[in-house]
Ligand binder design. Sequence first.
Ligand SMILES: *[C@@H]1O[C@H](CO)[C@@H](O)[C@H](O)[C@H]1NC(C)=O
Ligand SMILES: *[C@@H]1O[C@H](CO)[C@@H](O)[C@H](O)[C@H]1NC(C)=O
Ligand SMILES: *[C@@H]1O[C@H](CO)[C@@H](O)[C@H](O)[C@H]1NC(C)=O
Ligand SMILES: *[C@@H]1O[C@H](CO)[C@@H](O)[C@H](O)[C@H]1NC(C)=O
Ligand SMILES: *[C@@H]1O[C@H](CO)[C@@H](O)[C@H](O)[C@H]1NC(C)=O
Length: 521
Amino acid sequence: NVLFFIIDDLRPALGCYDYPKVLSPNIDQLASHSVKFMNAHVQQTVCGPSRTSFLTSRRPDTTRLYDFGSYWRNHAGNYTSLPQHFKENGYFTYSIGKVFHPGICSNYNDDYPLSWSKPAYHPPTQQYKMKPVCPGADGKLHMNLLCPVNVSTQPEHSLPDIQSTEHALQMIKSFSMDKTQPFFLAVGFHKPHIPYKFPEEYLDLYPLSEIDLAPNPFIPPDLPLVAFSPYTQMRIREDVAALNLSFPFGPIPTEFQRKIRQHYYSSVTYTDSMVGKVLQQLEDSGFADDTIIVLMGDHGWSLGEHGDWCKYENFEVVTRVPLLVHIPGMTDAYHRKASKFNYIDLLKTRGNKIAFSASGPHSNGLVEAVDLYPTLAELAQIPIPPTCPENPFNVSLNQWLRNAKKIRKKYLFLEYDNSFFLTISAVSWKSAVFSQYPRPSDYPQENTDLPNLKDIRIMGYTMRTHHHRFTEWVTFDPVHFFANFSQIHARELYLRDSDPLEIYNVANLEMYSGLVSKLHT
Ligand SMILES: *[C@@H]1O[C@H](CO)[C@@H](O)[C@H](O)[C@H]1NC(C)=O
Ligand SMILES: *[C@@H]1O[C@H](CO)[C@@H](O)[C@H](O)[C@H]1NC(C)=O
Ligand SMILES: *[C@@H]1O[C@H](CO)[C@@H](O)[C@H](O)[C@H]1NC(C)=O
Ligand SMILES: *[C@@H]1O[C@H](CO)[C@@H](O)[C@H](O)[C@H]1NC(C)=O
Ligand SMILES: *[C@@H]1O[C@H](CO)[C@@H](O)[C@H](O)[C@H]1NC(C)=O
């Protein structure tokens, strides 16, 4: 079986990704039995295009989806989706919550019936996303960004991810009644996407006085403005609008920045708790040892880095995602106990940290969200679909996994040594990974974050190598889908070894012209 968690706007702000501020014991527990990819990147940093890309294993230039305005089968090519491929190979496939981006991107039906064995489940309370349901200081309800709630006062006395979790538990129980058909279950959680609407108890885990600010909270002086996203989606929330931020650059007042981070962390911990409940059910239903589990963010999220918020960019903080792949009998062999997935309820333990000193294997190799599809196919031993003919990026993660298997044999004697952090970094993998983001103009304007296809004039292509991030913003023709690399609007080059926060754009320095020219080629 396959259990695929896709988490909206989750950057690697997790304990297991060395982000100790955030409490994520259930995901950390999963990580301790999984391969943890330290350098996984998505192909475009916004939900619809990213999901269509990794669910078809094709880059946005092949799905031709850069906005929310088309369905790939009609608009680009009738590509077989990841769940469709499993369905056609005998699996019962089912989607809970946000997996495909809803709406026209997935034909208003989550690509049912081609991708799924029965219609997708959407939590009914998701309809309140843009509704005033957040209690404000004035005693009234508002459409706020910061929205901790007493769940029993909410419509239907629930929240979307609580409903999706309850539904997932039911489904997994029903799978255990009849084990004749393998399943591919995708569970898409809505948090930590804005608004930060979550059970208010989670906020108590994060005293405001202990919340950090971004280490690089300013717009870098050498940043081409085409790279900047004015975080419009955040500004339309009532509590943010009340700040009277100047457009496009803000800034957001420091105390409010702290609150945004506090509420993001709380939302992550709430989501972690939902993941934990699903995993516990998987184990209780007897599936823990024959289910491949994937957990991934659909893109990252900026929490004030570069003076910026949201996604809609080409920086590391938004292209990089957590990616865990649990392979029974392989990645869980290191620290095997009787049970793998015990739900950890932080609200009961009052935030007492449960440390997973035992870490699973991890890879520092550069991998991309488009690699997931062939990887899962190979792991499940179903055919790997033929490579897209024009696509030169012809790889699956399994080369790494095959090597990892050999290495595991070599290190198997360390199985019981919980303090040993197994690092597998010598295995060579991709030398570069790619993402892209469209813009309507060189200077930030109202539709900069989410331009419609017809308004796209510039495409920012970014390439992450082991030592650099290189970005070129080039003229783009949205009618012929043509990116003209002879018309460069701006370039960015960050030397990641000395500048991991991507503050100093050195693309225009004479001493790097040779490197720029090489990366351009
Ligand atoms: C795509 O292919 C499927 C068969 O795999 C077919 O049922 C469907 O109608 C096709 N859709 C389009 C838009 O061509
Ligand atoms: C949440 O709301 C319910 C119903 O109004 C109330 O009984 C309960 O005391 C509230 N909980 C908290 C912690 O305020
Ligand atoms: C924002 O502008 C409104 C209307 O001009 C004013 O009433 C309010 O005090 C301002 N808020 C802040 C935080 O400056
Ligand atoms: C892609 O992989 C297939 C199968 O391994 C191989 O036949 C083909 O030559 C490869 N194409 C490229 C461009 O490397
Ligand atoms: C690409 O840009 C170059 C340089 O401005 C120009 O000469 C060429 O015509 C453009 N190509 C297309 C197809 O627009």
